[in-house]
Write a protein that binds this ligand. Structure first.
Ligand code: GAR
Length: 202
């Protein structure tokens, strides 16, 4: 089966980006990260990409008239690299119609909760505040809502009485680093079928 071309969009430190690059380089996943894009100039994700010889771009939303123009620039870049799957990895913006229409069911996100619980920012703090005993992470396809798209894979972790936001985030992150490459692998093998709200794994 042919290797698929990935893009990763990240706003921050990029530990998920690293796990994806490593899984691709090890050959665990039949994919290659072709380009990394950040909306933040100082994102460490950009450095990680460069260390692996991957082209990395900062796209400054302030330089564009509106979100549509900003996303048109990103779509241009993605198409230049013939990207087949876009992975959001700590990309802290809602994806708009410009990107969604250009990449139908070809954009994935990872979120640090068991969706549909605790969408949006500070998911780990939301879980602690709610008092849940189990949390985890979710990889899903991106739709127009915030963390609402069809769920691909989930993994759970226990929540302990003495957990802090950081300790829970760290426990979840360990699972994220395994789950995201696994979901990408399934996509690369063409095994993910979206059927309404469900993703069927063939
Ligand atoms: C990860 O925990 C990811 O699940 C979360 O941001 C972190 C990014 O870490 N994403 C969201 O909260 C999206 N709503 P990383 O930059 O080290 O991959």
């Amino acid at each position: 089966m042919a290797t698929i071309s990935l893009a990763v969009l990240a706003s921050g430190r990029g530990s998920n980006l690293q796990s994806i690059i490593d899984a691709c380089e090890r050959g665990d996943v039949n994919a290659e990260v072709k380009v990394v894009i950040s909306d933040s100039k100082d994102a460490y994700a950009l450095e990680r990409a460069k260390k692996h010889g991957i082209d990395a771009y900062f796209v400054n939303i302030k330089e564009y008239q509106d979100k549509k123009a900003y996303e048109e620039k990103i779509v241009d870049l993605l198409q230049n690299y013939s990207v087949q799957l876009v992975c959001l990895a700590g990309y802290m913006r809602l994806v708009g119609p410009t990107m969604l229409n250009a990449f139908p069911w070809q954009i994935m996100n990872i979120h640090p909760s068991l969706l549909p619980a605790f969408t949006g920012l500070h998911a780990q703090k939301q879980a602690l505040d709610y008092g849940v005993k189990v949390s985890g992470c979710t990889v899903h396809f991106v739709d127009k809502g915030m963390d609402t798209g069809p769920i691909i894979l989930q993994e759970s972790v226990p929540v302990y009485d003495n957990d802090t936001e950081d300790s829970l985030a760290e426990r979840i992150l360990v699972k994220e680093h395994v789950l995201y490459p696994k979901a990408i692998g399934l996509f690369a093998e063409n095994r993910l079928m979206v059927d309404g709200k469900k993703v069927v794994i063939e």
